[in-house]
Design a protein around this ligand. Sequence first.
Ligand code: GTP
Ligand code: NA
Ligand code: MG
Length: 341
Amino acid sequence: MKIRSPIVSVLGHVDHGKTTLLDYIRGSTIADKEAGGITQHIGATEIPNDTIDEICGSFISALTIKDLIPGLFFIDTPGHAAFTSLRKRGGALADLAVLIVDVNDGFKPQTFEALNILKMYKTPFIVVANKIDMIFGWETHEGFSFKESFNQQAQSVKQALDTKVYEIVGTLHKEGFQSERFDRISDFASQISIIPISARSGEGIIEVLAMLLGLAQEYLTEQLEINEDAPAKGTVLEIKEETGLGLTVDSIIYDGVLRTNDEIALMTSNNEVLTTKIRSILRPLPLEEMRDSKKKFKKFDEVVAAAGIKIAAPNLDDVVSGSPLRVLNDEEDVEEEILKE
Ligand code: GTP
Ligand code: NA
Ligand code: MG
């Protein structure tokens, strides 16, 4: 048995900082390049443990929690009101989620919507209270842990932050969740952690990564066990036309192995099962995002979960976004199974 990276969906209201948080982690600037500053697609990025180590340094090696889990597999979702279905897809896929809230703005309509999606799928999550650098008087310490930076703030600034954090605690309480600032939590099984961060300066991101790894290790290892030899299982995120490839499906593979020439089953918009044969599997390099740029894709003969990939194959015209993806094999009645999903 192998343990795959947990799929971590980042959800929240428009412009509360989802893409900027992922940009900080992968050292990219995708948020700056988006049309109108609005995310319009689901993005997927693998963050290997090496990168997490580089960001977290001694902070995380002291925790000795990362040995089993190869990294974190992040899904970026759009916060704009128009993209409810993409948020649902991101929520449905997630092993863990980050609910991001602009600490100065508090909960907004799509924050509540995202929370309801997490409730519906019973997805464990943490809350990230973003943009602490905008709190009046905050002194920025680039890349510091929250605790290190917090300890250096003036008393009035500390109080201002806590007032805002307790507003979030109050809102979550009304929604049926017990929560607390992460460093004051006594029981992680019953309380939701709130981690104050700045996605822009990186303050607190160390604790976000450590918390996600810790929760995955503590509560998810069974769910993350994959069979490297089993036929792949996945979900289609989007169908896209690509120059030179024709129609392709962007997918997340969450179990098993997928190979070129595999026969796969997918759903159509009429709820019918469609089968096709994989012509090629394309994968973004680690830290690159699937929706970012074609030249950063590499061709693979096979991929093992968890993986965000683009599949080129014939007859993809009627595939519906959100469709399950299964490799056809002799042992299982894949058509039955796929229709049940
Ligand atoms: P959608 O995907 O469109 O819902 O937005 P988003 O949640 O991905 O937010 P995005 O990362 O696009 O950030 C929105 C704006 O807030 C950008 O101008 C960011 O630079 C800014 N921003 C994000 N995080 C922070 C932060 O921690 N501090 C400050 N000062 N600005 C931030
Ligand atoms: Na935005
Ligand atoms: Mg975004």
